[in-house]
Each structure stands twice: as structure tokens, then as C-alpha cells.
Design a protein around this ligand. Structure first.
Ligand code: ATP
Ligand code: MG
Length: 400
């Protein structure tokens, strides 16, 4: 079956005014990026839908395979074009319906006559074409309300356009249409899912990871790079900043009482993240925190951690259960990477009895005996930044 164009529908119809233009332009750019390498593709945006043309049918097939991953697309349909005569439309209708499974399905025909010069009126056309389809596919049932297949026929001056299949899109908003944020990316299950959900909301991301070699291994770093690369497949490329964190963690362990050391670790991580965020032009910080999941994720803990900055901290998982998070992780392909066994810095340095309700004044008091500021500055300055996906020339080994 040869398709002449793809009709791409947007979600978020409530978008108004200038926002809509930003949304449409970004979506077009992101579709272009996701179809890089396909030479014959042309994209034409309109107000509430977009058309994609490809001269080469191989490009058209590739586009159909890649579009389901692009945020901001509600659904899309492959469209076939023919001459605007009854005979040509009937013939094309059989081809279009035949391109998919028909056994046990119901259908109806819907005609839109943009070209009013066409001799038959809409209802006659619908009947005529419906009867013709039934002769070729007697297994089909006719159903007016919510049939499985709606054969849409748009008769325009340039020709007749037919489509019968609707592919579901990824929904959400185009990545980059809602600003840029910094994701705190551990090697765990939660933070990649948090990043994915914000990207779905149109936020493009940088990621930051705290590594404590030699306590954390090179394979732990590779794991985080693989997670960042996976996230980059949902939108734009992801810059990953790896922060050397060993010295700070050792200082915390030696200077701060055991039961608040986890809170202090988080507070210092957030201060470093906030500085990197500012330098990278991001507006918010994203974490994978979920209320009550561990000691550092009680409201009291979050309050004590949050006190180091006025920057918005986005926690898309705050009200989700672990099982829900795992389900998303599995469906987006990060779960398999996250469960690799390499431990991250928090697991290794975590105290046996962290306070679940740390008091901000107490934590601040214990921290006041150590000057963390120069260490924080140093950590920010000595970060290593890689852009995922890696370009072909630099492999992982070159970066260690
Ligand atoms: P995750 O599954 O994302 O590791 P978690 O359930 O293990 O989360 P915590 O270890 O308490 O929870 O971490 C809470 C959040 O802090 C993480 O979701 C992540 O956003 C951030 N974080 C924790 N450790 C690191 C790290 N080494 N580098 C960057 N961010 C981190
Ligand atoms: Mg973790």
C-alpha cells in the first residue's frame, strides 16, 4: 500500500494564542529531528493539524514507526490520494480498507465534500462507497456509532483523500515547548521516570549525577549514561553532568552526626544542582522523590532539604506508588537499566538510622561547623559533561 501523506493531529486543544505557535513550531522541529536521515520528508504545519509528505515509501514507513514516540502528537493517520471521481474513490477505498485487518470488525464511511462541485451529495456518496466496500469485504459489519474502522474521505479541489487507520501518538506536549529543567538522575528506578514525565509535559532536560569513586564504580556511571541516553530518545538530546562527590561525602560522614547525614547529603546535592542549573540556563530542578518511600522523603525531610533554595523543585512522582512507577519504567525501557546491580553514592554512605523527621534548625546547626561552600564551588567547577546520545566518534571508554 502506498501512502501519499500523514495527517498528524495535536492534543492540548485548549492552547491559545501565542502558545499555540510555539507549540506547533516546536513540534515541527522535534518531528524533523526524530526523522533525521529521512531525506524525502516534508512537513507542513497548519493551525490544528500537520501534514507530512515523503516521496520515498521507505521514508513514509520509517516515519510511521518513529512518530509514536514524539510528544505532542495526539494521533496520526496515513492518507492515500486519488482522482476525485467516484470510480477512482471506490477503487482506492478497497485498497485503504484492505491495508489492515478486517475480520470481525465494524465500519462506516464518512465523507467531507470540501469541493462542492462534486456531482453526488455526501449521503449518496457514503451509501455508494459503503456498499462497494461491503461487496469486497463481506466480513465487515456496518455500525454508525463507534465502529472499529472509520473510512474518512475528504474531497478537495486537488483530489480525494482517504484514510481509515488512526495510530495513537505519545500525547503530552512537544519537548522544549515548556522550558528547560535539570533532572537529578541517580541510577535508581524513580528519577528516570520523573524525567520522562516532565519531558512528556514539554520540558527539555539536562541531567546531573553525583558519583563517588572509587566507592561507586565506572559501571555505575555507565548505567547513568545509558539511562540519560534512553531519555534522549523521547525528545531532544540530554546533557549529563557528572559531579565528583567523594570528598564531600567523606566530609559529611566525618563532620555531621549519623542520623542527619542523609539530610545534609541531600541539601548539599541540591545546592550543587542549583548552581549547575543556573549556569546551564535551566529554570527548575526535577527529582524522583515519592512521598514516604524512604526516610529522606517524608514531608519533614523534604522541608529540610528544600530550605537551601527558592528554585522550584518538580517532583512528578510525589503521589505515585512504587508499583505505578515500575510500570512506567518498564514501558519506557528504563527499568532494565535501573535494576543493574551497581550501587550509587547514597546507598553506600547511607547511615543505618536516618531521622525520618529531621528538624531544619538542628541540621543547619550541625552543618555550621564545616565550611562546605568551597567544596560545593569545586564540585560544580570540576563537573564532567557529556551529551547523549554520544556521537559516533566518542565511545564510552574515551570518556572515563
Ligand atoms: P531513585 O530511584 O531515583 O534513585 P530513590 O527512591 O532511590 O530514587 P533517593 O535515593 O532518596 O530515592 O533519591 C531521591 C532523589 O534524589 C532521586 O530520585 C534523585 O532525583 C535524587 N538523587 C539521589 N541520588 C542521586 C545521585 N547519586 N545523583 C543524582 N541524583 C540523585
Ligand atoms: Mg536511589
Amino acid at each position: 500500500m502506498e501512502w501519499n501523506e500523514l495527517l498528524i493531529r495535536y492534543g492540548e486543544m485548549s492552547l491559545k494564542g501565542r502558545n499555540r505557535n510555539v507549540f506547533v513550531k516546536k513540534l515541527r522541529d522535534n518531528i524533523k529531528d526524530s526523522l533525521s536521515g529521512l531525506k524525502t520528508v516534508i512537513i507542513k504545519p497548519e493551525r490544528d493539524r500537520m501534514f507530512l509528505y515523503a516521496e520515498d515509501q521507505h521514508d513514509m514507513k520509517e516515519a510511521i514507526a518513529r512518530l509514536p514516540f514524539v510528544f505532542g502528537i495526539q494521533s496520526f493517520s496515513p492518507v492515500a490520494k486519488c482522482e476525485a471521481t467516484l470510480e477512482a474513490i471506490k477503487e482506492k477505498a478497497i485498497e485503504v480498507i484492505g491495508a489492515d485487518e478486517t475480520a470481525g470488525k465494524t465500519f462506516k464511511v464518512e465523507v467531507k465534500r470540501t469541493d462542492k462541485r462534486f456531482p453526488l451529495v455526501t449521503s449518496e456518496l457514503q451509501q455508494e462507497i459503503g456498499a462497494h466496500v461491503l461487496r469486497s469485504f463481506p466480513e465487515l459489519g456496518v455500525k454508525m456509532k463507534k465502529p472499529d474502522i472509520v473510512l474518512l474521505i475528504d474531497i478537495r479541489v486537488e483530489g480525494a483523500f482517504l484514510t481509515a487507520k488512526v495510530y495513537e501518538g505519545a500525547g503530552g506536549m512537544p519537548v522544549g515547548s515548556n522550558g528547560h529543567s535539570l533532572l537529578m538522575l541517580s541510577g535508581g528506578i524513580d528519577s528516570p521516570v520523573a524525567g520522562y514525565l516532565m519531558m512528556k509535559r514539554g520540558v527539555s532536560i539536562d541531567a546531573i549525577h553525583f558519583a563517588s569513586p572509587p566507592f561507586t564504580s565506572e559501571l555505575a556511571k555507565k548505567k547513568v549514561m545509558d539511562l540519560a541516553e534512553k531519555l534522549s530518545s523521547f525528545g531532544a538530546s540530554v546533557r549529563l553532568h557528572i559531579i565528583p562527590f567523594t570528598e564531600i561525602q567523606q566530609t559529611i560522614v566525618s563532620q555531621v552526626p549519623d542520623n542527619v547525614s542523609m539530610t545534609t547529603t541531600r541539601r548539599i546535592m541540591l545546592q550543587i544542582a542549583d548552581k549547575v542549573r543556573e549556569e546551564e540556563g535551566a529554570l527548575a530542578v526535577i527529582t524522583g522523590e515519592s512521598l514516604g518511600q524512604v526516610a529522606s522523603q517524608t514531608l519533614e525531610s523534604l522541608t529540610a532539604i528544600n530550605a537551601v533554595t527558592a528554585t522550584p523543585i518538580l517532583r512528578p512522582l510525589i503521589a505515585t506508588d512504587k508499583l505505578e512507577i515500575i510500570n512506567i519504567a518498564q514501558s519506557i525501557g528504563t527499568y532494565e537499566i535501573s535494576i543493574r546491580p551497581y550501587e550509587d553514592c547514597c546507598t553506600i554512605f547511607s547511615p543505618s538510622n536516618p531521622k525520618t523527621k529531621p528538624k531544619l534548625e538542628k541540621v543547619a546547626f550541625y552543618e555550621s561547623f564545616t565550611d562546605f561552600e568551597p567544596m560545593i564551588e569545586m564540585a560544580v567547577e570540576s563537573r564532567m559533561t557529556v551529551e547523549l546520545p554520544l556521537s559516533e566518534k566518542d565511545g564510552f571508554e574515551d570518556l572515563l
